[in-house]
Structures are given as C-alpha cells and as structure tokens.
Write a protein of this length. Structure first.
Ligand code: TXA
Ligand code: MG
Length: 340
C-alpha cells in the first residue's frame, strides 16, 4: 500500500485536504491524524472491516479495545444509551480535550472496536485537524495511537511514517502534538468511577468534579484479577529498544546512583543514555516542567533508539498532576526499577 503524507496547517486545515482524508475514512480505509495528545490511526468506528485494518496495521492484539473519537456531544447518543449525569459533568469541563470516558456500549458499536467488551471508550479531541476529519467523515472514528503495537506513541508525523509507512493510506502531518502522553481513561460504566489510565487530564482535576474515584491497581504496578477492565494496560508499552532503568528517590541520592550505574555500564562497553538529569553521557536529555517532560517523553525514547543507546538511566518524577501519567509510562516502559 502506498502511504500519502499531507502537510496540513493545524490552525487552518485546508478543506481539500480534509475532503481527501475523509473520503478514505468513508470508503473504509485508514488515515493517521494528529490529536492534542498523540497521533491516532483512524478508521470508521462503526465498520468492522475498516476497524480490522487498524488492528492489522498496528499488530494490535484483538482484545485491546479502541477509543472512539467524535466531534460533537450530540454523537454520543448513538454510541451509548446509558449515559450517567457524571459523564455530562466531565464533558462540560474537559471536552474537547484529553479525557476518554468509558460507558456501556449501544448495539451499533461493533464488537471488534471494543475488543469484545460491552463498554465503549469515547472522547472529543482538541485538535482542529482531528475535529474536521471526524466532521467531514460523517462517522465516529476509532483511533488508537498510530504506532506499531509496543512502540512508543507517536508525537510527530515522522514517528508515524517510521512505524506505519505502507500500512495506512494517508498520514496527516499537523506538526508536533501538544500534550505528548495519551488521554486519561475513566470508566463510568460502574458504580464508582474508576481511573483506568492516567493521562492529559489529571486525577486531581477529576476528583474535583467526581469526588471519590477508584484507581485501577495496575496504575500503581500491582498485579490484579480485574485487569480486564483495562485490557490495554496489561501489555508492555511505550518501550524504546533500549532498556530503561527507572531510579526514584531523593534527587541528590538518585543522581549519585545514576553516576555509579553510568560508570559500571560504560565499563561493560554499553552506550548509556540519561533522562532527567544533566549528568553527561553518550546522550543526555534533561527534564523541565511536567508539561515539558510529557511533551518530550516518547520522542526522547525514539531519539535514544536512533542513537543506538543500550541502557537509559531515567530519573523518576513526582506522581502529582501530570506526573502520575508520566510515571505510569516510564514504569511500563522500564525493565528495572530502583528506589534509593
Ligand atoms: O490520547 C489518546 O487516547 C490517543 C489519541 C489517538 O486519541 N489514543 C490512544 O489509544 O491512546 P490507544 O488505543 O493507544 O489506547 C486506548 C486505551 C487502551 O488502554 C484501552 O485498553 C483503553 O483505552 N480502552 C479502550 N476502550 C476501552 C473500554 N471499553 N474499556 C476499558 N478500556 C478501554
Ligand atoms: Mg497506544
């Protein structure tokens, strides 16, 4: 398959480009597009054959459900007949934006889209290209992150080209994504809302609206029997090819530990990358605010790989605010965790 890459103005997408892309969606093909979080690989969410193409292109396990993207709250009613008031409260505060809400699904949503579950995950993205694409396609668009399964999520069109060239009909290049980690996923299909994946909207923000929120144990790295509530969480994720060692603790002690490990791995002849401190190494990427860490996290994983780094020594960050989502991605990507 030949993949067409279109450079699109993110502030003012051209109608002709949006038309070309939506034509592909309407005829059952796939289009990769930017959202405010990461790039997604989209297809008509209500067309089983089209959705199958997403799973094939990504090499995604069939039991890992997709998020459905809509452009208007009015489209919610066709995807779910059971929408609690709390859902409307969240939508009012966070849509369009990086919040995905899980509800009981309606009959119209094919099982392949929801990985066989009787619930459906829905969000309105905050990105003009994405919104116009959905609007012109005239259908909800199912879209997982546009990476090969297991690789870091793409935050630039080039990452999508690297992973999916020849596997999707079109890639809309709208520049780097703003947030850099995926949307927060919250399950409202049960009595007490449950956080299934921390992301762009913080737990603290959600608690202000909802009050009590259960947190899926896997977010804290605990083994659990209720894993099926968040099928995607069980898969190894976000990983660069290099092995990440995550080091947490008081800053000065962490830095000392990183220096020690750096020396010992260098002695073994390995190429070592450092994330989160300015200790000099084969490749060092420092961190700034949490917003900056999130925006650059997946890109730095891919850059370490491009530099053929073998070991990444990463300093952990606080779990407050965006930090919960950042640490969740770091932990899932890492091969070893050290607390000093
Ligand atoms: O920011 C995002 O959410 C991006 C952009 C493209 O919108 N999309 C994204 O999709 O990250 P994906 O497929 O990489 O992650 C979807 C997550 C998975 O962890 C999946 O298990 C969960 O959402 N999910 C989807 N449907 C679900 C459902 N019905 N119940 C529970 N979890 C669900
Ligand atoms: Mg993903």
């Amino acid at each position: 398959m030949q993949t067409r890459v279109l450079k699109v103005n993110p502030k003012n997408p051209s109608l002709s480009q949006i038309r070309q892309a939506s034509k592909i969606i309407r005829s059952g093909g796939t289009v990769a597009f930017p959202t405010e979080t990461v790039y997604g690989l989209g297809a008509n969410a209500l067309d089983s054959k089209a959705v199958k193409k997403i799973f094939d292109a990504k090499g995604r396990p069939a039991d890992n459900p997709l998020i459905i993207h809509i452009s208007d709250v009015a489209d919610l009613g066709i995807l779910s007949n059971n929408i609690p008031k709390t859902a409307f409260d969240l939508m009012e505060d966070f849509w369009p934006g990086p919040l995905t809400i899980v509800l009981k699904k309606s009959k119209i949503v094919p099982k392949i889209t929801t990985g066989g579950l009787d619930t459906v995950a829905i969000r309105i993205p905050k990105n003009k290209i994405a919104l116009e694409l959905i609007r012109y396609s005239g259908t909800p668009i199912a879209a997982p992150s546009a990476n090969v399964a297991g690789r870091p999520s793409p935050t630039r069109a080039q990452h999508v080209i690297d992973d999916l060239s020849g596997k999707t009909s079109m890639i809309l290049d709208g520049g780097p994504t703003k947030i850099g980690i995926e949307s927060t996923v919250i399950d409202l299909s049960r009595k007490t809302p449950m956080l299934l994946r921390p992301g762009g909207v913080t737990l603290e923000q959600l608690q202000k609206v909802l009050g009590k929120i259960a947190i899926h144990p896997i977010i804290h790295g605990k083994k659990t029997k209720t894993i099926h509530r968040s099928p995607g969480m069980k898969y190894r994720h976000y990983s660069p090819r290099a092995k990440i060692i995550l080091i947490e603790g008081q800053k000065a002690i962490v830095n000392k530990k990183i220096s020690q490990l750096l020396q010992s791995y260098k002695k073994q002849g390995l190429r070592v990358g450092i994330l989160g401190t300015n200790i000099k190494s084969d490749m060092t990427i420092t961190q700034g605010s949490q917003e900056k860490i999130a925006a650059n996290l997946f890109r730095s994983f891919r850059e370490f790989d491009a530099e053929k780094i073998d070991i990444i020594l990463a300093r952990g960050t606080s779990r407050k605010g965006l930090g919960l989502g950042i640490m969740n991605r770091l932990r899932k990507a890492s091969y070893r965790k050290i607390i000093v």
